[in-house]
Ligand binder design. Structure first.
Ligand code: BGC
Length: 761
């Protein structure tokens, strides 16, 4: 027996008023019901790293009470796992809980790209890299939706800061939008098959997302084939009728300011076609119907088991940033745990994703059976240096064999609604760590925080373990990792710069008067730091283990291929240490030369593998030539250029172990209008143009073997040395067609005939 209803039948029977109401929530968290037609209301709740189900008064800032439940590591932590299975498993856990709580949709994952480490909501987002964000988001969505719960990817699009979040406009050029800010969403739609998508508060290039037809219909539906529904971010609506025309189906929360009446009036006056309204209603009904059909009345959720899962996730996400051999600690060592976060674990961010947890576990609570003393060292709610706390901590450090400082960003430093002002840790923590370093060599810092931080004491400490915002079992996970019960295997999903001024968006963040220009273009994160060969604090993809891995035997199935083909790339990875561990094998590609601006390398595949000591595994990736493409604005599409592609495999973006080159031949020609100003070099991009250039060069005696050269060219070569042939070629390729006339190589009419014939192609 089906639990759903006949959407078209219901739609036919709905009045104009009912349809208009259907396009807006019944309240803060639910869709509108139509009782007389058997359409129930469906509840949606915030995630993405737990279920924020509010039974009382709703709010979108995490202020009012929500149910007591499990807080998993936040997205920035989960991303560091580089583990799609883990993300799928997180989705399944959340889906199961949603079923048990009768919630039809979870508002997540958040997949905005980390343009600046200062964005206050970075803890809720995956990465600076669109490929990684898209892959992980898709796995999360698949897991969640496998339980019959709709995912809702957010916030579409170019929502990369909190400053002026409700009213700002992100000015992004076409190539950058398509290469950096849209791909994760595209993957969430095409691969993850997300059933819902949330439009962002901000405008993109001057048009609010809630009214942006180009984004919500042309790209999302027409180009990507999206067939789910679009919900506004909470309170994002300005002009609702415009929004419906743009393809935004549901306004949330329930409309309070006469917007429903506005829809009715617009239909009556003919301003809004009934067909458009019907499409929006149909999309919402489809979601309600699917929720009914997939509803598991008897679903149960085992909260205790889920807390255990949260702990497993936290361990997989932790990144060992530095280790001079001090870690893992030994159980019998006398150790001081220092810092407020050792006692009161910092595990999630503030705002709409804030999960209510009855009892998050701190590191100090897990110290039973260990020889651990505690000193507070700093007040976690302030940046003020407290000399007495430092003195007490230094005394404890002197009496122990090793010290672990639990440091990180206080709650108030990273929250939805405001951006961070600095990448620095609070001053009291920096001073404390430096003082401790003076008296204790065996010093480890455990970092908590949702995004990159900078610090002046990297060289003064022996080890740094980053737990991110690791969820409600972060304290337990940290202790297990510190003592080697578990082995760290996370990798940074974002670059940690030496200082904020190094970040490519620095000069244009957060913009002026609500306008933020993405002037760095495609060069964000490691794409920028690598291009500029800059030193960073920790590179993208970096993370150590308690064991070591060797990479060997890179094999690529083709040495030469067209832009329509694919290749397999494989290599052997071996655990060369004495502990079992996991390695994230990362595959990067780049073109050795390009006619457009390109990053040195871009992540295009990754896999996390587990290896016992001495064990070796072959990792194989399939890469189609599309992975080498850039977004070409001339054709408003992706384009693979001919040339040499560098395929690299490594342990981080700056620890490339193996590299090979593959020759790519593009079968596609970009459209080009040839004029007298077109250079000979540019002509080479056209088949017919190439033929002309070659025969012209031949006529001019260029590109020949020594014995074929004319007397004049040979004399020039002798006089000017080896570089002269190269220089002649270079000058020739840089010459516009008009030069052929100027220098008497071809008559004017012949050049114009050539131009005409090339443009006929
Ligand atoms: C946030 C969304 C959230 C919504 C509902 C908004 O302010 O931007 O991410 O899902 O509130 O709480």
């Amino acid at each position: 027996m089906t639990k759903g209803f006949d959407i078209e039948k219901v739609l036919m029977q709905m009045t104009l008023e009912e349809k208009a109401q259907m396009c807006s929530g019944r309240d803060f968290w639910k869709t509108q019901d139509v009782e007389r037609l058997g359409v129930p209301s469906v509840m949606m709740c915030d995630g993405p790293n737990g279920l924020r189900k509010q039974l009382g008064e709703g709010d979108h800032l995490g202020i009012n009470e929500s149910i007591d439940t499990v807080c998993y590591p936040t997205a920035s932590a989960m991303a560091a796992s580089f583990d799609k299975e883990l993300l799928r498993s997180l989705g399944e856990e959340l889906g199961q809980e949603c079923q048990a709580e009768n919630v039809g949709m979870l508002l997540g994952p958040g997949i905005n790209i980390k343009r600046s480490p200062l964005c206050g909501r970075n803890f809720e987002y995956f990465s600076e890299d669109p490929y990684l964000a898209g892959e992980l988001a898709s796995a999360y969505i698949e897991g969640l939706q496998s339980k019959g719960i709709a995912a809702c990817v957010k916030h579409f699009a170019a929502n990369n800061q909190e400053t002026r979040r409700l009213s700002g406009s992100s000015q992004v050029d076409e190539r950058t939008l398509h290469e950096i800010y849209l791909p994760a969403f595209e993957k969430a739609v095409k691969q993850g098959k997300t059933r819902a998508l949330m439009c962002a508060y901000n405008a993109v290039n001057g048009i609010f997302c809630a009214e942006n037809k180009k984004l919500m219909t042309d790209i999302l539906r027409n180009q990507w084939g999206y067939d789910g529904f679009v919900v506004t971010d909470w309170g994002a609506v300005k002009d609702r009728v415009k929004g419906l025309k743009a393809g935004v189906d549901l306004e949330m929360p329930g409309s309070t300011s006469g917007k429903t009446a506005g829809i009715i009036a617009a239909v009556k006056s003919g301003e809004l076609e009934m067909d458009i309204l019907d499409t929006a209603v149909r999309n919402v009904l489809k979601f309600v119907n699917e929720t009914l059909e997939k509803r598991e009345e008897k679903a149960e959720f085992n909260r205790e088991a889920a807390h255990q899962k949260s702990e497993v996730f936290a361990k997989e996400c932790a990144v060992l940033l530095k280790n001079n051999g001090i870690l893992p600690l030994k159980k019998e060592q006398k150790v001081a745990f220092i810092g407020g976060f050792a006692e009161k674990v910092r595990y999630q961010g503030s705002g709409s994703s804030h999960i209510h947890v009855e009892h998050p576990i701190s590191a100090m609570e897990c110290a039973d059976g260990l020889s651990v003393v505690y000193a507070k060292g700093y007040d976690e709610n302030s940046a003020e240096v407290d000399e007495a706390l430092i003195e007490e901590a230094v005394a404890a450090a002197k009496e122990t064999e090793a010290v672990v400082v639990f440091a990180g960003l206080p709650d108030a430093f990273e929250a939805e609604g405001c951006d961070r002002e600095t990448l620095e840790l609070p001053e009291n923590q920096n001073v404390l760590i430096r003082e401790l370093a003076k008296v204790q060599k065996n010093l480890t810092v455990v970092l908590h925080g949702g995004s990159a931080v900078t610090f002046p004491w990297k060289d003064d400490v022996n080890a740094i373990l980053c737990m991110h915002l690791g969820g409600d079992r972060a304290g337990k996970a940290a202790v297990d990792l510190l003592y080697g019960e578990s082995v760290p295997s996370g990798k940074l999903a974002e670059t940690w710069p030496l200082k904020i001024e190094d970040n490519p968006s620095y000069l244009n963040f957060p913009g002026e008067e609500g306008i933020v220009e993405y002037r760095e273009g495609i060069y964000i994160g490691y794409r920028y730091y690598d291009k500029k060969a800059m030193e960073v604090l920790f590179p993208f993809g970096h993370g150590l283990s308690y064991t070591t891995f060797s990479y060997e035997n890179l094999k690529i199935s083709k040495s030469c291929m067209s832009d329509q083909e694919s290749m397999t790339v494989s290599c052997k990875v071996k655990n060369t240490g004495e502990r079992a561990g996991k390695e994230v094998v990362q595959l990067y590609v780049g073109m050795k030369k390009s006619t457009v601006r390109r990053a040195v390398r871009e992540l295009k595949a990754f896999e996390k593998i587990a290896l016992r000591p001495g064990e070796e595994k072959e990792v194989t990736f399939t890469l189609d030539a599309g992975a080498l493409a850039y977004y070409e604005t001339k054709i408003h599409d992706w384009f693979v250029e001919s040339g040499e592609a560098e395929i690299s495999v490594g342990s981080s973006s700056r620890d490339i172990r193996l590299t090979a080159v593959v020759e790519i031949h593009s079968e596609m020609e970009l459209p080009m209008t040839v004029t007298r100003m077109t250079t000979m070099g540019e002509l080479e991009k056209l088949k017919k143009g190439r033929e002309f250039v070659r025969s012209f060069m031949q006529k001019m005696g260029m590109g020949q073997e020594n014995n074929e050269k004319s007397e004049a060219n040979r004399r020039t070569d002798d006089a000017m040395g080896e570089g002269s042939e190269k220089a002649r070629m270079h000058m020739m390729l840089a010459m516009p067609l008009s030069g052929l006339i100027t220098y008497g190589a071809m008559p004017e009419e012949a050049v114009d005939d050539l131009i005409r014939s090339l443009n006929e192609e």
